[in-house]
Ligand binder design. Structure first.
Ligand code: NAD
Length: 371
């Protein structure tokens, strides 16, 4: 069993999700590596120590530069805001670490390309964390599509809806600041729908899009000040795929009542599949074949369904956190098989080209070519 010493940057939402995944993966799946939670890094010493004690990290740091080049670190896991991804990944690549980075890969296409180049120049294994690919029902959708069960794809229809910003009094945070987040709903939510589009349908070639900011200023917590909101609150696009399919992608943080409504429907010449993260153990499937017409709901919890054999008996459902365990499993399996994990930084760059085209289209009010 090869030990894999991990340094993680960031101990917020994704820091918790990734720490849990690294702790779980070896207990539930056969992997030839032992992930070691070696060093956790955050800016607040007291908080980072508390987090380390809770999740079992051996050491703490308050400056990522102290950890990413350490000779005893094998893998750098980037769970901090977008503006930190490129400098951390490029420094870690120069130190020849395995790179695992949260999405979107960076705050701009140029940064994302620089990250991919650094990873390739130094021969690093690299992966971006688009974890929804690894929900069993989504992986099953891919298997059905690859087996030709829905025929040639005509439509991809994705909505990623949340509502946490609809109150204008909700205070600002890094996600609403372009210099830290790069974009709003676009990089945060829309990028996930783009990844699923690329995973399930193919490459997007052209699009027409708009971005909208509904509330241009928000209170700064514990002050009487207001801060500018310079990112989008909603992103909306019509897309054309290289293979002739067409689609629509909508992402917003203002869809009252919708909490994490990450849904897609794909219609083909012989059938359809549909998925909604809020019912993530289920895949809706329609096929022209067989005696009964109409959609059926497949509960993707049988051992024959992707990833499920590692967990519980059929019908004993799994949740959001498991998608991260499956994502780090994919990384460990790829390391063992000496192949690039899926999705990797190249996928991150291709995704970022779509986000870049959305921004260009929103400004120009014209269709834009991707790439
Ligand atoms: N895969 C997903 O579904 C998913 C979900 C949420 C967020 N994300 C992505 O994960 C990343 C982090 O988002 P989050 O929701 O965990 O944010 P968060 O605000 O909950 O946590 C961010 C963490 O980064 C730390 N941090 C900030 N600047 C730092 C610096 N310079 N050095 C070291 N640490 C620093 C903060 O202290 C905090 O611990 C973002 O890129 C975001 O887009 C992905």
């Amino acid at each position: 069993m090869t030990k894999l010493n991990i340094a993680m940057i960031g101990y917020g939402f994704m820091g918790r999700a990734h720490s849990n995944a690294w702790r779980q993966v070896r207990s539930f799946f056969d992997v030839p590596y032992e992930p070691v939670l070696k060093a956790i890094c955050g800016r607040n010493e007291t908080q980072v120590k508390k987090f380390a004690a809770r999740f079992g990290w051996q050491e703490c740091a308050t400056d990522w530069r102290e950890v990413v080049t350490r000779p005893d670190i094998d893998l750098v896991d980037i769970c901090s805001p977008g503006h930190t991804h490129a400098p951390i990944a490029i420094a870690a690549a120069a130190a020849r670490k395995i790179l695992f980075c949260e999405k979107p890969l960076a705050n701009s296409l140029a940064e994302a390309e620089a990250m991919l180049k650094a990873a390739e120049d130094h021969g690093c294994v690299h992966m971006i964390c688009h974890n929804y690919r690894r929900a069993p029902a989504v992986s099953l959708a891919r298997e059905l599509i690859e087996a030709g069960e829905i025929g040639n794809i005509y439509h991809y229809r994705a909505t990623y809806l949340q509502d946490w910003l609809r109150n204008p009094e909700f205070p600002t945070r890094w996600r609403l600041n372009k210099s830290e987040a790069g974009s709003g709903a676009l990089g945060d939510l829309f990028s996930h729908s783009v990844d699923l589009a690329r995973y399930l349908v193919g490459e997007i070639s052209e699009l027409s899009a708009m971005l909208k900011t509904f509330v241009p200023q928000r209170p700064v917590s514990n002050t009487n000040n207001l801060a500018e909101v310079d990112v989008d609150d909603a992103a909306l696009a019509l897309v054309k795929f290289q293979n002739g399919a067409i689609g629509s992608i909508e992402a917003t943080r203002y869809a009252s009542g919708r909490k994490n409504f990450n849904r897609f429907e794909i219609n083909g010449s012989k059938g359809s599949v549909a998925f909604n993260l809020e019912r993530m153990n289920e895949l809706e499937f329609y096929s022209d074949e067989g005696p009964n017409s109409g959609f059926k709901t497949i509960q993707a919890t049988d051992p024959r369904h992707p990833y499920v054999s590692g967990w519980w008996p059929p019908g004993h459902i799994i949740g959001y956190e498991h998608t991260f365990t499956h994502t780090v499993l994919e990384l460990l399996q790829a390391l063992a098989e000496k192949r690039s994990p899926s999705p990797d930084f190249e996928d991150g760059v291709k995704n970022q080209r779509v986000l870049d085209a959305v921004e260009r289209s929103s400004i120009s009010r014209q269709w834009q070519t991707v790439g």
